[in-house]
Design a protein around this ligand. Sequence first.
Ligand code: TXA
Ligand code: MG
Length: 331
Amino acid sequence: MHTEVVPIDADPPDAGAIARAAAVLRAGGLVAFPTETVYGLGASALDADAVARIFAAKGRPSNNPLIVHVADIPDVGRVAADWPGSAARLAERFWPGPLTLVLPKRPDLPDAVTAGGPTVAVRVPAHPVALALIRAAGVPIAAPSANRSGYISPTRAEHVLSGLDGRIDMVLDAGQVPGGIESTVLDLTSHPPRLLRPGLVSPAEIESIIGPVARPASRGEPSASPLPSPGMLARHYAPRTPLELAEDGGARVEELRRAGLRVGWLAFGATELAGVTVVQMPCDPDGYAARLYAALHALDGAGVARIIVSRPPESDEWLAVRDRLRRAAAP
Ligand code: TXA
Ligand code: MG
């Protein structure tokens, strides 16, 4: 299959390009598109065959459910069977935006979307291209991140192509996306609501609207119960190059370099080291998140034998970044 790359301005998106992409989606095809978090790989959520194509293109295990993207709150009713007060309050505050809500699914939503489960994950994305595309398609859009399963999520169209060129119909290329890591996933079907994946909306922000939420099991704590969804697997969001978190990044880099290894380093603050590919990372969590995947894609393509990441602070604002780094480092 030939993958067509369609450059598009974000604001306002070109109506002709949106109409062509929407036609591909309505015909059961796959279109990668920018959201405010990462690029998504979209298909009509109401078309079971199209959804099956997402799993095939990504090599995604069929037991890992997809997020459905809708253009506004009334359209949630096309995929979810219930809209609790907590959902209404959160949507009012955070939509359009990087918060995904898990709700009871409608019986007629294809099972492939929810991996056969009784719940559906849904959000309204904040990117103008994503919103225009969903509106033009006229159907809810199922969209996981547009990468091969387990690999780093794409924050540019080039990243999408590096994994999926020839496997999908079209990419809408609006350049680098602003957010950089995936949405927060919150399960509203459990009591209290449970944070399934930390993201750009923090637990404190959620709790300020609906009260206490249960956190994911903390680091290293083995969980007796089955994982709530396979996307919570230990190794995920991972580059091909082995990645290591280091308390003292500089010392570790120096050690490996002396041992003759080519090393890439995600560092805080200005640093230069002969023979080491250094990426300066911002010292604030949002800035760091926005740059993280592009930095990992770059180092993965730089031919280094090891990626060393200086460990970010333990505070709550760094929760989502630490989560992604921990999974990228998992063996
Ligand atoms: O920012 C994002 O959320 C991006 C953009 C494209 O919207 N999408 C994304 O999708 O990251 P994906 O498929 O890469 O991650 C979706 C996560 C997975 O961990 C999946 O297991 C979980 O959401 N998930 C989806 N449906 C679920 C459900 N019904 N119950 C529990 N977890 C669910
Ligand atoms: Mg993903």
